[in-house]
Design a protein around this ligand. Structure first.
Ligand SMILES: C=CC1=C(C)c2cc3[nH]c(cc4nc(cc5[nH]c(cc1n2)c(C)c5CCC(=O)O)C(CCC(=O)O)=C4C)c(C)c3C=C
Ligand SMILES: [Fe+2]
Ligand SMILES: [Fe+2]
Length: 339
């Protein structure tokens, strides 16, 4: 059997909550051409001249509200997950991040020093859905480091698993305890948003995505890379497993940045509008995030609650991410075994 190890890759966090570290992180993140897809000079001016100077102090203050003694929740949780996957799979598990630390190059150096005979690294992106700003950039970043290092081992990548039974079952099990006494008027599936332009860009047919109202439910090869299709599928499968009626839940997109047209409806708009439509008791789940992070702990749990309650909502609960729960660990091992 080929000597195999696992490499988990996640988005990454600033090294600390200092404005300087947050600025460096935001510059690296937003200068990624798969995140802000402008020509280099335009991107540089926008990111360094406008977005980062204003955003860094605000983001640093937000990170301070979620930071733990061990560091960023996203990093701490990813490391805990790695330990558990290692125990369950019997394989060595490493971690790298798309932005900041640890880098793919440092993870490869560690792998080689601990396993000089390694033949295969299985890359597991901690993104269930394909988007050029998440799954694609993370995978390309690791492939790039692999090719620069001219390593002898193979790099195999786990495909997006938005419709994998284990992943949707794991989501169902995190939701189930909240649904036992039927106290919510609605469940909101809030996914990280992306600009519509990114959906057009990743449509290999060039003619399917966002061309009709129900493009995401009509058969198409475009779905292999369509973020909207994939998040709607995750939602549909989870709802089906829980026997939810269509009127029991809705989907929205959070964390919009800039003035471009992003996927709609925006989570913040939905949270403002629901109470006036009679939805006073709300449960929110964020399945695009497998690890709790700034976008769940601050934006959804804190800001989201404030928006909903100030708009007339009465009860607002949020479901934790899969983090390092046992169902999720088993799913990762299964996906790695079948890559
Ligand atoms: C779940 C997948 C993600 C997609 C798709 C995604 C797209 C995307 N993000 C930004 C801008 C920012 N995102 C930020 C934080 C952040 N984003 C994701 C995941 C996805 N992003 C995660 C897991 C996190 C949390 C990181 C953490 O340390 O906890 C941030 C930084 C924080 C802030 O200032 O708000 C920015 C900026 C864009 C522009 C984009 C698509 C184009
Ligand atoms: Fe993001
Ligand atoms: Fe689509």
């Amino acid at each position: 059997m080929a000597k195999k190890v696992i490499l988990l890759t996640n988005l990454g966090s600033p090294d600390s909550t200092s404005v300087k570290d947050v600025r460096r992180y935001l510059n690296e993140f937003l200068m990624d051409e798969r995140v802000i897809d402008l020509p280099y000079l335009g991107r540089l001016l926008l990111v360094r001249g406008i977005i980062t100077p204003f955003r860094a102090p605000k983001s640093a203050a937000k990170y301070k509200t979620i930071w733990t003694d061990e560091g960023s929740p996203l990093i701490v949780i990813t490391n805990e997950l790695a330990e558990k996957v290692e125990k369950k799979s019997g394989l060595s598990v490493y971690v790298c991040m798309r932005y900041a630390n640890p880098t793919p190059a440092s993870a490869f150096r560690q792998i080689i020093s601990e396993h000089p005979d390694v033949e295969e690294v299985v890359l597991f992106p901690l993104y269930p859905h394909y988007a050029m700003s998440s799954y694609e950039t993370a995978v390309e970043h690791v492939k790039n480091a692999h090719s620069i290092g001219e390593y002898d081992f193979k790099l195999n990548v786990v495909a997006p698993y938005y419709n994998h039974n284990g992943y949707t079952d794991a989501l169902v099990e995190t939701l189930r305890p909240y649904l036992e006494n039927g106290k919510y008027d609605r469940i909101l599936f809030s996914y990280h948003g992306i600009p519509e332009r990114h959906i057009f860009k990743t449509d290999p047919t060039g003619s399917h995505c966002l061309k009709t109202e129900n493009c995401c439910s009509a058969e198409s090869p475009a779905h292999e890379k369509c973020y909207r299709h994939q998040v709607l599928e995750t939602t549909r499968l989870v709802a089906e497993k829980l026997n939810l009626a269509e009127s029991d839940y809705l989907v929205s997109f959070q964390s919009r940045l800039g003035t471009d047209k992003w996927l709609t409806p925006a989570t913040s708009d939905v949270l403002k509008e629901l109470p006036s439509k009679g939805v006073k008791k709300l449960l929110v789940i964020s399945p695009a995030f497998v690890s709790d992070c700034l976008e769940t702990l601050e934006e959804i749990h804190e800001e989201g609650r404030e928006t909903f309650i100030e708009s007339g909502g009465e009860l607002y609960d949020t479901v934790p991410c899969l983090n390092s729960n046992d169902d999720w660990v088993e799913t990762i091992v299964d996906l790695v075994d079948n890559v």
